[in-house]
Structures are given as C-alpha cells and as structure tokens.
Design a protein around this ligand. Sequence first.
Ligand SMILES: *Cc1c(COP(=O)(O)O)cnc(C)c1O
Length: 369
Amino acid sequence: MTTRIWNFGAGPAALPLPVLEQVRDELLDWRACGMGVMEMSHRGRAFASIIAQAEASLRALLAIPEDYSVLFLQGGATQQFAQVPMNLLAPGQSADYCLTGSWSKKAFVEAQRLATVRCAGSSEAVGFTRLLKPEELDLDPHAAYLHVCTNETIHGVEMPTATPIAGVPAGLPVVADMSSHLLSRPVDVANFALIYAGAQKNIGPAGLTLVILRNDLLARIEPQRPGLPNLMNYAQMAAHGSLLNTPPSFAIYVAALVFQWLQAEGGLSAIEQNNSAKAALLYHCIDSSQGFYINSISPDCRSRMNVPFTLAKPQLDAAFLAQAEAAGLSGLKGHASFGGMRASIYNAMPLAGVRVLVDFMNQFMRQNA
Ligand SMILES: *Cc1c(COP(=O)(O)O)cnc(C)c1O
C-alpha cells in the first residue's frame, strides 16, 4: 500500500495521481508494443505519435494560434534566460526587462552577460511585493522584446495572462517566463511573442522545457547564425520538430498525459476555478490570522500557485515545519532567499489538500498564539 503525502513543494512538484497510475500501468509495455516509452527510439512511429499528441493537446488547451510553433526542449527555464537573447537579439539590438521578483532578475542578469539589455522597471525597492504600474515602465521604443515573468515562484507575485500586460504597447513583442503557472489558467497566447516554461512545476517531469513562439520571430533566426549552437537555435529545433537530437522522451510522454488529464478535467477555465478556490481558502486563512501568518503581497497580484508566508514569530518556524511534516504536509519550507514558508498549490493539488493545510495552520495558530 503506497502512502502519498500532501506535497506543497515548489518544483519538482506533485503530478496528478491518475497520470502517475497510467504511467505505472504502461511502464513496461506501452500499448502492446512490448517496451516502455523510456526504452523506445525517438525516431520510431510510436514516439512520433506521442509527441504529436502532446503538441495537439497543448495547442487545444491553450488555443495556440496557427502562426505559433511549439518546441519541446531541455535545459530548464534557466537555459531560456540565455537562449532568448541569443536567438531574438540581432547585432545592435537591445531588449527590455521588467524585474518583479527573483526569477525575472535572474533572467536579466544572465541576459546582461550575453547581450545589450536594460531594466525597464523594478519593484525590488518595495521587496517585490507588487507589480509595476504602467507609469513606472520605462520602455525603449526600439527594444527587440520585453521580458517578463508572469508568476514569480519565490515572491508569489502573479500577472494576469488573459489580457495584455498593462502599459505595454501592442507592437512590442513580449517574452514571458510562465514556468510556474502555465496551464493553471487561460492564456491569450496572442498577447505574447514567446512563452517558455520548465515542466517540473505544473506540466510534467523535470527535463522538459516548453517554448511557444510566434513564427515571424523564428523566421528572423538564421539557421547558421555565428555563435549560436544548433541545439540552442530555435529555428533549427522548429525545422526538426524538436528532434534535432534525442529529446526528453519520457518527460514529453508524461506531459502529454498531463495535458489529456487537463482536457478531461474541463480545460483551463475549469482548472482556473479550482485554483482560485484553493488560493482563496489559503489567503483567507493567512489574512484572518490577525498577524500570526503574514503575506505582504499586494492583494491584486497574489499568486494562485505559490503562496509564500511568514510567521510573525520566526522562532516557531522549525516547530511549524516539523509538525506539518508529521501531519503529512510536505514541502512547505520557503525558498532560502525568502525564508518562512511557501505553499505551492499547482493543478495537481486538490482542494482537499489545501483544506488539510488550512486546518493544520488554524490548529497550530490556536496552540501557539
Ligand atoms: C523554477 C523556475 C525557473 C528555473 O527553472 P529551471 O528549470 O530550474 O531552470 C525559472 N523561472 C521560474 C519562474 C521558475 O519558477
């Protein structure tokens, strides 16, 4: 009998149980072909059908327009911090970066090593507790793109994705790191020129990175651009259907099952409702604790996926974590750079799990207030 705990880890994170059960059932023999997906050629017919289904399901879920390509890459979101400027900046071009938390800052610092980029606004002075207001944006009208992180996994700050980003002119290509909330809510893909996401937060196993980009950007990348390795070249990857070399085949297979699970759950609008209900329950617990638990993020941009909070008495942190673990609640320790706690409540975390967490938090407060 397997015992599964409630996993609030930020990533790699919990996967939907029905997906794991299907993976288990198919592990040794995928659809009577006598071997598992981990063992099969990425050039064979079976895997071709798996990656095609992955792309078709993802396109359906996100309603990805025809003029966008989908790439299944490796290297994590961190590799995209480099790959984006290496592909999208021609000599003499510059890009703008919005800094709204640790991840967008990391993306900016990495791009600075490789290209000419500038900061178009930062909320660091206010502790990354809110988004930038349109009037705070200092945009370069000639920028090749504007980079944003639409869900800051560490600071718990989230932007809407179904509407254009406030204050950004229509013609400016927006590149978005959506690693920790892609597929948690509807996205109007047309608002973005390029979307990237590491899989291990809300999509599938670590090792897979999704890139969705508009074909006019692709068309500007020379297949043999000096200084750009083939494996880092979006145009090369697109031309080879993400199979320039061996892809993370097992991770793609699991992600495809996650996409199908999301479709069966009713798609992204349905999952968004569920995610909103989970987040509302947890923030209500924090806000009604009379300062015992604290989340300082501006209420209009609190993340529905990653809920960081601190205890007013940090001397209780260790007891909180130990008792949570004993109650079957795992992964609640906050990021080292932020401290305190963080509950990541991705798609695979059911409302029932958040209820158990909130009951525990209320009980811990009563015992320690
Ligand atoms: C986790 C995360 C990253 C880093 O992902 P890796 O796959 O470890 O490179 C980057 N951006 C965001 C928003 C993240 O949540």
